[in-house]
Ligand binder design. Structure first.
Ligand code: DC
Length: 219
């Protein structure tokens, strides 16, 4: 059991969540998937028919959003939304919603409160730079867009879901652009984060590389 927090940031589809899950199990820690939190906010906005350009409507929804994780399942106001937050419509909406300063402020504060006691592996885009700047282990995962699109395509096919590789690649490139060009907490590598390019690595190789950094931090 580690008592410090670990930040894992990186682009869409780079394997942050899978690596964080395995590392959490191996180290007796809790995985906090902050992307799922932003996805819940986007779904709540869609369900409430909220216009993301209207700050009052956005605040009203934020006040009512309650997010809970039970193992791998995600709940939004007691409704299970594990699959509902993973559709491509919600992925694209989340990228827009995550750019809203009020949304970022609310989620950052929730993430800081949740992880205050330590023992969390937190994955996202701004964890090392904004949410947990003091984390003793900060990782930035990157991979070529084509490698990420290929992984997502294979994932869909394994689940028997029809998928279009070119469309997935285009969506990934669009989301990369939105995530790294927004004015509030854009996707950036924290100055002291260790970058790992996972394009040609297996998940096991990625987790082993991060595990070495965790062991070196040693607390
Ligand atoms: O990691 P993911 O693909 O589930 O993230 C969904 C979206 O949320 C993605 O567009 C980036 C955004 N996000 C963010 O802006 N900040 C975070 N800490 C986590 C995710």
């Amino acid at each position: 059991m580690r008592t410090f927090n670990i930040a894992i940031d990186g682009t869409s589809g780079v394997g942050k969540s899978s690596a964080a899950d395995l590392l959490a199990q191996a180290n007796g820690m809790i995985h906090l998937d902050t992307g799922a939190m932003y996805r819940c906010v986007a779904l709540a906005m869609k369900q409430a028919g909220v216009n993301p350009d209207c700050p009052e409507e956005v605040s009203r929804v934020l006040d009512t959003v309650r997010i809970r994780f039970l193992g791998k399942r995600v709940y939004l106001n007691d409704q299970e939304v594990t699959d509902a937050i993973r559709t491509s419509e919600i992925s694209n909406l989340t990228s827009r919603v995550a750019a809203l300063p009020a949304v970022r402020k609310a989620m950052t504060s929730l993430q800081q409160q949740t992880t205050a006691a330590g023992g969390y592996i937190v994955d996202g885009r701004d964890i090392g730079s904004v949410v947990l700047p003091q984390a003793p282990v900060k990782i930035f995962l990157s991979a070529r867009p084509e490698a990420r699109a290929r992984r997502r395509y294979d994932e869909y096919r394994q689940k028997g879901i029809e998928a279009d590789y070119s469309q997935i690649l285009e969506d990934i490139q669009k989301r990369d652009w939105q995530d790294s060009h927004r004015s509030t907490a854009p996707l950036v590598k924290a100055g002291d984060a260790v970058e790992i390019d996972t394009s040609d690595m297996t998940l096991d190789q990625v987790t082993a590389a991060i595990q070495r950094l965790i062991d070196a931090a040693g607390k």
